[in-house]
Design a protein around this ligand. Structure first.
Ligand SMILES: Nc1nc2c(ncn2[C@@H]2O[C@H](COP(=O)(O)OP(=O)(O)OP(=O)(O)O)[C@@H](O)[C@H]2O)c(=O)[nH]1
Ligand SMILES: [Mg+2]
Length: 452
């Protein structure tokens, strides 16, 4: 049986509580995704040119007129469509103010955005599985803020990062790229290709094959310029049956099949959601493990140095105290024990002062040399070429935070990374999470073949 998102999210929450949180707390690692984010439902984000058919596709999916459609730019805001026992529409302020929904952080984009947000609830069964987000169609007019009154690419990035599937619609009229499309590909969707599905919509509008070939070629040409990949992504060529549209001129079977495949991908959002959660947790835990190990090694080195420094200082003082005592009971000149006594006092004071200065210098030295510590700790895995690139990239993402933690906390007093803790963390990363992923993939239906 397909493991439910909630069941896996529950197991992940247990993993966080048992193996990840204790280390993260003690080593002051960054905040982990909150329970709301972990339990936040799967999301499908629809982006694209204006009038490319985003809203019509949503209406088709839900077999209801949920969104208004039309040839002029229709949507000028984002609509979150989620499940509710009865039909309901709430404005942006209610949406971002609802602590049960994960949209609170959108408030930071300002009132310009909040007034362009809406929540619609519908009692459709598909919405029990996933939330759909319709977006304003992309246009060419670009002012300083794109003329929208808020940071449009920023908002799209925020939503796309949290979405599990992102559909990008093009249509025959604008197979090229509008100014905003370019901006969104460059600023908002970078690094998110794995969840991006490209749709060439309204295939029923083509009058003939030449028409189609020209538009398809233009789209590929333009995508090639904005998607930094050697191979072109898959393009779903399809259409949405809309009332009153003339019958398609081209054979429509393949377009119908592509639509079914696209809908299948949308329905797989919950599966992708769990997959993304697992990836996110594994990534979080692996970075934490690296941070804690490097910080722990630096703290151990510093404690060892501190012990040695105090030992030498203590020994020097002790030697002088012993000499003072010997001079006191021997027949030497009377000033000798006094001079030795003063010297021992000075040595003690000097040892304390110098010791502290040396330890502080060593602390700075160790923090500057974190890269070397990383290389020492990971010497063995770094010998394997594939792993080396991976590990170095991870260390690049972690270094800044580790350095800041080491500089802010008293490094020598940083808690020790206990063997048991490290073992539990490693078991989560190397055993528990892969096990959950294997269960998930075993339950997933055979992957849908790509459209022809
Ligand atoms: N022939 C045909 N018409 C379509 C198709 N999809 C949508 N339409 C029509 O195209 C027009 C625009 O569709 P919308 O769904 O409003 O497009 P949108 O992408 O939501 O547009 P904005 O909200 O303005 O960004 C409407 O008149 C739809 O009826 C399609 O696949 N084929
Ligand atoms: Mg629309």
């Amino acid at each position: 049986m397909e493991p439910s998102v909630d069941a896996i999210a529950g197991q992940l929450a247990d993993l966080y509580r048992g193996a990840i949180d204790p280390v993260a707390d003690r080593f002051a690692w960054r905040a982990r995704p909150g329970t709301g984010e972990l339990r936040g439902g799967p999301t499908v984000l629809l982006l694209g040119n204006h009038s490319s058919g985003k809203s019509s596709f949503i209406n088709h999916l839900l077999a209801a007129d949920v969104q208004t459609t039309g040839l002029a730019p229709t949507d000028d805001g984002f609509t979150i469509i989620s499940h509710g026992k009865r039909e309901e529409v709430r404005d942006g302020a209610a949406l971002v103010g609802n602590p049960d929904l994960p949209y609170g952080p959108l408030r930071s984009f300002g009132d310009g955005l909040v007034s362009h947000l809406r929540l619609k609830r519908r009692p459709h069964p598909l919405l029990q599985q996933l939330t759909l987000i319709d977006s304003p169609g992309m246009i060419d007019t670009l002012g300083d803020d794109g003329g929208r009154g808020y940071d449009f690419p920023g908002v799209v990035r925020w939503l796309a990062e949290r979405a599990d599937v992102v559909l990008f619609f093009f249509d025959p009229d604008k197979p090229g790229t509008t100014g905003e499309t370019l901006q969104v590909f460059e600023q908002s969707l970078r690094g998110l290709d794995h969840k991006l599905l490209i749709v060439m919509n309204k295939m029923d509008r083509f009058k003939g094959l030449q028409d189609f070939a020209r538009a398809y070629g233009a789209l590929c040409w333009n995508l090639g310029k904005i998607i930094p990949r050697k191979d072109l992504p898959l393009i779903y060529t399809t259409y949405t049956p809309v009332e009153g549209a003339p019958p398609p001129a081209l054979p429509k079977d393949d377009f119908d099949r592509a639509r079914r495949q696209l809908i299948d991908e949308v329905r797989r959002a919950p599966m992708r959601r769990v997959d993304n959660l697992l990836t996110q947790t594994a990534d979080f835990a692996e970075r934490l493990r690296m941070h804690a190990r490097v910080l722990d090694a630096a703290a151990r080195d510093l404690r060892r140095f501190r012990r040695r420094t105090w030992l030498w200082g203590g020994l020097a003082t002790l030697a002088l105290v012993a000499m003072t005592a010997v001079a006191g009971i021997s027949d030497g000149p009377a000033w000798l024990p006094i001079a030795l006594g003063v010297a021992s006092g000075c040595t003690l004071w000097g040892a304390l002062w110098l010791g502290r200065a040396l330890v502080d210098r060593e602390r700075r030295h160790l923090l500057q040399g974190l890269d070397g510590l990383f290389e020492r700790l990971y010497a063995r895995p770094l010998l394997v070429r594939d792993r080396a690139d991976d590990l170095r990239a991870r260390w690049d993402a972690v270094r800044e935070r580790t350095l800041r933690t080491g500089a802010t906390l008293e490094l020598a007093d940083t808690p020790r990374l206990k063997q048991g803790e490290l073992k539990a963390l490693s078991a989560a990363i190397d055993v528990e999470i892969p096990k959950l992923r294997a269960a998930l993939h075993a339950a997933d239906a055979p992957a849908t073949p790509p459209p022809d």
